[in-house]
Design a binder for this molecule. Structure first.
Ligand SMILES: Nc1ncnc2c1ncn2[C@@H]1O[C@H](COP(=O)(O)OP(=O)(O)OP(=O)(O)O)[C@@H](O)[C@H]1O
Ligand SMILES: [Mg+2]
Length: 374
């Protein structure tokens, strides 16, 4: 299996037996070493800021490039507990997951070290600082979709204990020097014990990607990740953002926009204009159909991640045709899918927004960011 790291390393070295030990190795960093690497967490080194703190680019004494996530505050978390949790996450390895390279826990500082991903994220390639370069041609998009689906499927079905990501989105799928997708930040999910179907917890996640049952009830399960992944697939296919503001009072989700087009079989109209028509139509159709199936309101009607992988790869003609003929895509069908946010979508979105802000605040000064439901 590829999970013991079979991808090309971001430093350009080919994988091989000798490298394996280095790939899987991780260690404790001293604060001094990370201060040196990041020029004392210099503003110019800052890659961005997320819910749990800021991320800085850095370079170690051996020349390797790192990204250091400096958690905002960890006051309630004992040093040993932080280390235990981080070590568990460091064991999770798959070619499409961004594993931890190490951590630092000194005084009030809690830092997590990753390999730096030079092509940043799907988000920066589609909507951010790399958008103008149009680096994501169709072949890359399809591979990124399949690889990231495999990474999440690994978390759901093979990692022990199983892991719900809870924050699947375009800025959490990073791209290495070969544009190989690496799903990041699964470390901030709760680890779920075997046999448990869901863990109820404070809502985390990002506006536009949240499954309705998660946004409203705080009920996290694998199918919430499937929902978010579906939104990301639609984003990859269309180049659109998850939520579009039609006017000051009305928002439309990407799924609400894409579904009527898919029902009318107008797949070409969904394709990102930046592709200039350069895409494989069958693959685009698969990406859109799977994206919409994943982002249905009813969790029980969504596929599971292993099925998503299979469908995206187009391995089973029968399953694909079942998907295409699903009620969801019948022109007259209206009840089982009401866009990704349902009839009260604007209320739901407002609630998600405040929930996220609350959750982030709660998370940084409580145990929320470290998986604890084991
Ligand atoms: N290893 C890395 N290499 C390159 N860029 C990274 C790396 N890790 C994070 N980033 C980028 O740094 C920025 C901040 O990341 P961070 O994870 O803190 O926030 P986020 O992904 O936007 O939100 P969230 O907190 O929900 O994950 C993002 O743009 C992210 O893509
Ligand atoms: Mg992130």
């Amino acid at each position: 299996m590829g999970w013991a790291s079979c991808c090309k390393r971001s430093d350009g070295a080919e994988p091989g037996r000798k490298k394996k030990k280095k790939d899987t190795a991780w260690r404790v960093f001293s604060l001094k070493e990370l201060q040196l690497a990041t020029n004392n967490f210099n503003y110019d080194n800052k890659l961005g800021e997320g819910g749990f703190g800021s991320v800085y680019w850095g370079q170690l004494w051996d020349g390797s490039q790192i990204a250091v996530k400096r958690l905002k505050s960890w006051s309630n978390k004992a040093e040993t507990e932080f280390a235990v949790e981080v070590k568990i996450l460091a064991q999770v390895r798959h070619k499409s997951l961004l594993s931890l390279r190490g951590y630092c826990s000194e005084g009030q500082e809690r830092l997590i070290v990753y390999d730096y991903m030079p092509n940043l994220s799907i988000h920066s390639q589609l909507h951010g600082q790399h958008a103008a370069e149009c680096n994501l041609g169709w072949e890359r998009r399809m591979k990124i979709a399949i690889d990231s689906a495999e990474g999440i499927a690994y978390l759901h079905h093979y990692a022990t204990p199983h892991i719900i990501h809870r924050d699947v989105k375009a800025s959490n799928v990073l791209l290495d020097s070969n544009f190989q997708a690496r799903v990041a930040d699964f470390g901030f999910a709760k680890l779920i014990p075997d046999g448990a179907t869901h863990v109820t917890t404070k809502v985390k996640g990002t506006l536009g990607y949240l499954a309705p049952e998660y946004a409203m009830l705080g009920k996290a399960s694998e199918s919430c990740d499937v929902f978010s992944f579906g939104i990301m697939l639609l984003e990859l296919a269309s180049g659109k953002k998850p939520v579009e503001k039609l006017n000051p009072t009305t928002k439309r989700t990407i799924a609400e926009w894409a579904l009527p087009l898919a029902r009318d079989k107008k797949f070409k109209e969904i394709a990102d204009p930046k592709l200039n028509g350069n895409f494989i139509e069958d693959e685009l159709k698969r990406m859109v159909l799977v994206g919409l199936a994943c982002s249905q309101n009813k969790p029980e009607q969504r596929p599971i991640m292993s099925e998503v992988v299979e469908l995206l790869k187009g391995e089973s003609a029968e399953k694909l045709s079942n998907l295409e003929n699903d009620e969801l895509f019948k022109p007259e069908q209206t009840s089982s899918f009401q866009g990704s946010s349902g009839p009260d979508s604007s209320d739901c979105i407002t609630e998600e927004k405040s929930s996220k802000a609350d959750a982030i605040e709660a998370a940084v000064d409580s145990s929320e960011t470290v998986p604890s439901a084991r």
